[in-house]
Every structure is written in C-alpha cells, then in structure tokens.
Design a binder for this molecule. Structure first.
Ligand code: MN
Length: 241
C-alpha cells in the first residue's frame, strides 16, 4: 500500500453504461487497492433510489467497496445531487464513511476543503431552491417510504425534466460562482479546494487576500476520465486504464 490519497467524482454509474461500471470496478481492484485512502466526491451513481435498491450496478459496487475496505483502504463518500439518498445502511454494508457536504481534510499537511460542488453553483437559483426543499430529512423519508418501482418512475421523470431545465440555462449559470468559491474558502480558512459536479476538469489558480489559492475540479467519467492522486510529493492527474 502506498501513502496516497485518491479523489474521483461524477462517475454517473447506471445500468445503461455497463462499461463505466466495469472500468470503476477494475479501478477499485487494481488501482485504489494500492492507495491508502479514496475519496468519492459525489454523483457516483447517475440515479440513486435508496439503500434497498440492490439492482445492478449497486450490487456489484457494494461488494467491490466491501472488498476494498476489508483490505484496509479507507473510503470516504460525499453526496452528489444524483445520489443524495445514499444512506447509513449502504455505509454499514460497504464499510465506507459518509461525509458532510463540506469537509476540511488534512492532505499531507495542508488543510483542504472537499465538496461535491453543486452548492457553489449559486447562480442557478432554481436549482438551489429545489435542493433546499429535497435535502431535508422529512423529504428524504417521504421519498424512501414510497415503493421502489414508484421511485424508479419518478427518477425517470426527473431526469427528463432536468434535461429540459438545463436547455434554458447558460454555461455560466451551471458553473461555480467565483464569489461563492472565495466566500466558502475564506469561511473554512483554506487555500485549497477539491470538487466535482461541473464536469469541467481544471486546476484554477487565484488569490484570496494575497494568498495563493488552488481549486481542483474533477472530471466526469465516460470520456478520458482521470483520478486526482495525492502523495507526499504533491499531486498528479492519472489516466484511468
Ligand atoms: Mn453533480
């Protein structure tokens, strides 16, 4: 095991894209098994309907995570907007640890803020309003109390509707708001941020109060995905075979 920490997000695993699931399972087995920690920063699943959903790819992903954590690798998960219904039983079953929407971690001596990224897209007022409504315990409980087949139908409708909504939004609206980034990084007292969600992989450099800051944006999976790999020597982005 190497002293490495890996970051991935936005795999959007779905039964309709089995090749991505296969690549991910291979990644867990051959690559993540060699690291010390793996952080999954949300949207692991394209639609997550509840921990009682044991259909593919959930079943395979669960057992692969279990194998990984049993071998001593620490796996952390932050919710994305697609898989925020992932809950404690998934965590218990797999041995992964669920994190809050914002977490500050010690990454080889540097405080680093990690988050899925959707909270930083404050220009999308419509999305933020909906998010506030559906992320309450009451809403989640009500949703999870519905039969799985009904949740599946609802998810299909939601995907269709969200596709329609996106057509009316500009690229800027769906990216992070620079002011929200600054404000959040200052609030947490960090000069390094790692997130996903926007599918615009990059390393942004900027200054906050004369301090050099960096924001790492992780890519989505499906077209030349990479893993952000951190070690004592620094970071590198590594292609996923
Ligand atoms: Mn997302």
């Amino acid at each position: 095991m190497k002293n490495e920490t890996l970051f991935i997000s936005d795999l959007h695993l779905s039964v309709t894209r089995p090749e991505i699931t296969q690549r991910f399972l291979r990644f867990l087995k051959r690559r993540a098994s060699d690291a010390e920690r793996l952080y999954v920063l949300g949207d692991l699943f394209d639609a997550y309907l509840g921990d009682d959903d044991n259909f593919s790819p959930n079943r395979e992903v669960k057992s692969a995570f279990r194998q990984l954590t049993d071998s001593g690798i620490k796996v952390y998960f932050q919710h994305g907007n697609r898989d925020f219904l992932l809950g404690e039983s998934f965590a218990r079953e797999t041995g992964i640890r669920l994190l809050a929407d914002y977490e500050v971690i010690d990454l080889f001596g540097v405080s680093t803020l990690i988050t899925h990224g959707d909270l930083l897209c404050t220009d999308d007022v419509q999305y933020q309003r909906a998010r506030e409504r559906i992320r309450t315990d009451a809403w989640k409980q009500a949703a999870l109390s519905k039969p799985l087949w009904l949740r599946r139908m609802y998810a299909r409708w939601y995907r269709f509707k969200s596709g329609l909504d996106k057509r009316g939004k500009t690229a800027e609206i769906m990216d992070v708001n620079p002011e929200a980034v600054r404000e959040t990084m200052s609030r947490y007292g960090v000069d390094r941020l790692i997130h996903g969600h926007t599918h615009r992989p990059a390393v942004h450099e900027f200054e906050i109060e004369n301090k050099r800051c960096r924001r790492f944006v992780l890519p989505e999976w499906g077209d030349g995905e990479t893993v952000l790999c951190w070690s004592q020597e620094g970071f590198r982005t590594e292609a996923i075979e």
